[in-house]
Design a protein around this ligand. Structure first.
Ligand SMILES: Cc1cc2nc3c(=O)[nH]c(=O)nc-3n(C[C@H](O)[C@H](O)[C@H](O)COP(=O)(O)OP(=O)(O)OC[C@H]3O[C@@H](n4cnc5c(N)ncnc54)[C@H](O)[C@@H]3O)c2cc1C
Length: 321
């Protein structure tokens, strides 16, 4: 396997940060393999999105504005990526570890007789081979798996595990020819989008997280939510808070939760266990509010405010407002 291909997830040309993270990582991996870095974008809005991807260090962006890609469930996407992968040659295909990405990955693996690694959080390069590092069994085990004896590999990559960088750029845009007409079994009849005023945790520029130090569920809505709103961010939590049933697991950050990479991360009443750290360590600035100055989180925070969260957070929110 020599080249790297990113399958882009988008809706009408709107994509998420993970696309740019994969585009950046594709360059690093392609350079290590001595090959080229590609992206595939399909469906309505693909051409405009391809243009914005040119700021990232890819060699070629393959585009097909085929309405079938939006009209039918997943099958046309697999057909197009198959065509690109075979034209490019032996390659590692990167998809985001999302519902879409997992669907695409499992189908591609069968189509390309490829190896597969799921929920990858970092890559290693050894003896000319790519190895994928991924937590398993709820984070109890970290596995490192290399692709052996296969021309193609597919990796689903965890959002926020890698940085996105607009270096190099100027990728060539290539239009993929229309595929021969085909009957697909599953057509999308209707799509319902749930209205949500909340900013998604993984996309939020600011995350305000709470831990066991908050003592119960109420402070998440009365203390943290007002601060997060004042900063234009989202509320997260440690596993201790989720395990206690104070917040849903969808808010948990860490090894067995979400990985976030906001510009600002505020950890309130969180000690900073290693399993929490791995989910937020790439934040731009880390601020901890903790009554214990020697809590482990002080070792990797940019600023530690030592004191009682119940006194500090309302004052801070008032000042910000
Ligand atoms: C396999 C495995 C996977 C795990 N995955 C995750 C994961 O994904 N995410 C995760 O977070 N954890 C995870 N954990 C758990 C992790 O090891 C810690 O137990 C957990 O992160 C602790 O949560 P905490 O910091 O909220 O609680 P604690 O460690 O109990 O810390 C509470 C902190 O609050 C401070 N405090 C108390 N009162 C106040 C106050 N009034 N004002 C200010 N500060 C106060 C205390 O000084 C203390 O530092 C995992 C563990 C295992 C074994």
């Amino acid at each position: 396997m020599q080249h790297v291909i990113v399958v882009v997830e988008h809706r009408g040309g709107q994509t998420r940060k993970v696309t740019y993270e994969l585009a950046t990582q594709a360059r690093t991996l392609a350079d290590a393999l001595g090959g080229t870095a590609h992206a595939v974008i399909l469906g309505n809005g693909a051409a405009a999105l391809a243009d914005s991807l040119r700021a990232y260090p890819l060699d070629v962006v393959h585009v097909a504005e085929d309405p079938d890609a939006d009209r039918y469930l997943i099958d046309p996407t697999i057909d197009y990526v198959d065509v690109v992968a075979r034209a490019v040659g032996p390659s590692l295909v990167l998809v985001p570890n999302t519902m879409f990405g997992r669907d695409v990955a499992s189908r591609l693996v069968a189509r390309l007789s490829a190896g597969m690694a799921a929920d990858v959080t970092s890559f290693e390069f050894e003896n000319g081979r790519i190895a994928c590092v991924a937590p398993k069994l709820g984070g109890v085990t970290i596995t490192t798996c290399a692709f052996v004896d296969c021309d193609y590999g597919v990796a689903t990559v965890r959002p926020n595990a890698f940085a996105a960088q607009t270096a190099g750029g100027g990728a060539r845009i290539e239009t993929i020819g229309k595929l021969p007409a085909k009957q697909y079994a599953m057509r999308i009849e209707d799509e319902v989008e749930e209205a949500s005023g909340e900013i998604g945790l993984e996309e939020a520029p600011v995350v305000v997280s709470g831990g066991r130090g908050l003592g119960g569920p109420e402070p998440f809505s009365t203390l943290l939510k007002p601060l997060a709103d004042a900063l234009g961010g989202a509320v997260g939590a440690s596993r201790a808070a989720a395990d206690a049933g104070w917040v849903p697991y969808s808010l948990q950050i860490g090894q067995t939760g979400k990985t976030v990479s906001p510009k600002l991360y505020v950890a309130v009443g969180i000690s900073g266990a290693i399993q929490h750290k791995v989910g937020m360590r790439s934040a731009g600035t880390i601020v901890a509010v903790n009554k214990d100055a020697s809590a482990p989180i002080s070792e990797f925070s940019d600023l530690v405010v030592v004191g009682d969260a119940f006194a500090i957070i309302p004052e801070l929110t008032k000042l910000l407002k």
